[in-house]
Design a protein around this ligand. Structure first.
Ligand SMILES: Nc1ncnc2c1ncn2[C@@H]1O[C@H](COP(=O)(O)OP(=O)(O)OP(=O)(O)O)[C@@H](O)[C@H]1O
Ligand SMILES: [Mg+2]
Length: 308
């Protein structure tokens, strides 16, 4: 390990076998060895080879007493291999942490992009209306103001979507008490131009004044996902008289929200997998809408979500 022969080693002082920065540790070690009776301890010390290279090592010292005389047996072990393995392990761990952070960030970005589809299309529609209306002169100031107001409130929803997913797993985010009807209205207003475009009617059987105390925006994101799925299937399957029905009933223990459509239902062989990440049967689907909804409902809102 050191490159010295046994005879050479016998002639050397400890200082000659170790780099200067280890001197304090060596002094301390020798003192403790003198004091210790039957002491057995392992010390981490760097050695310096005959060629001047540094070798990381571990010394195990055993002090034994025979005929009232103390002997010390020091065994030094080269641990460079072990340190290299540990370093590699640490690097791999760091890499895994980094990868999982990247994956979480990727998931956050896809969630935001997913939830922005409807509001983006709504804002595009509003701007198109404003442009055409202004150019052709059929829009008055009051109508323009209404459209601008709608665009702003949609932008606000988009900005809240970012906050939602940024704070997704933060335990300290605030819960609020809110009226389900108002939340539902807000969601419908975002997807409404798209529903109108496809001639989809929304029938609501909702008790008045049902209140929930939870994360309002995340709850809205789930409603948006489910209504969006209904809209997707109704337009893809070109259903005549397409409808979405929303029923909300408040019981003593729980509030039940049922959202159904007359699009023909979920494919029999897809049913088992619809909540899996990236499972989709649509050519342009990402397969994250229901996955995200299940996480929000079960992990964050502590409710249940099922499909039939
Ligand atoms: N209302 C519905 N009617 C029929 N099938 C549905 C309905 N809602 C969901 N599904 C099925 O569940 C699958 C998964 O839905 P999910 O919302 O997770 O992904 P997606 O809509 O395909 O893609 P995206 O990530 O854009 O939402 C859909 O591809 C579809 O097969
Ligand atoms: Mg979807």
């Amino acid at each position: 390990m050191t490159g010295y022969s046994l005879d050479e080693l016998r002639e050397l002082m400890p200082e000659q076998l170790h780099p200067r920065y280890e001197y304090e540790k060596i002094k301390d070690y020798i003192v403790r060895k003198r004091e210790g009776f039957g002491l057995k301890e392992t010390v981490r010390l760097d050695f310096m080879t005959k060629q001047g290279d540094i070798v990381p090592a571990e010394i195990t010292a055993s002090v034994i007493t025979e005929d009232n005389r103390k002997f010390s047996i020091d065994v030094a072990r080269d641990i460079s291999q072990r340190l290299a393995t540990e370093k590699k392990q640490r690097e791999q761990e760091q890499m895994l942490i980094h990868q999982s952070k990247m994956a979480a960030m990727g998931e956050m970005i896809s969630n935001i992009a997913h939830q922005w589809r409807q509001p983006l299309s709504k804002i595009t529609g509003i701007l198109t209306n404003l442009e055409m209306g202004t150019l052709q002169g059929f829009i008055d100031k009051k109508e323009a103001e209404t459209l601008i107001h709608e665009a702003f409130s949609t932008l606000k929803f988009m900005s809240r979507t970012i906050d939602d997913f940024k704070n997704f797993f933060s335990p300290s985010k605030p819960v609020e008490e809110f009226c389900i009807n108002a939340a539902l209205k807000e969601v419908i207003s975002i997807i409404e131009p798209n529903l109108r475009f496809h001639g989809i009617r929304v029938l609501m059987k909702v008790q008045e004044n049902i209140f929930l105390k939870t994360y309002r925006n995340e709850f809205c994101q789930v409603l948006l996902n489910i209504i969006q799925n209904a809209k997707d299937v109704l337009s893809i399957r070109r259903i005549t008289d397409p409808k979405i029905e929303i029923r909300i009933t408040a019981g003593r223990e729980k509030t039940v929200i049922r959202i159904s459509d007359n699009g023909g239902g979920i494919d029999h062989n897809a049913m088992e997998r619809i909540f899996e990440p990236y499972f989709t049967t649509r050519p342009d689907g990402q397969g994250i809408g229901l996955y995200m909804s299940k996480i929000i409902i079960e992990k964050n809102i502590k409710g249940t979500i099922t499909a039939k």
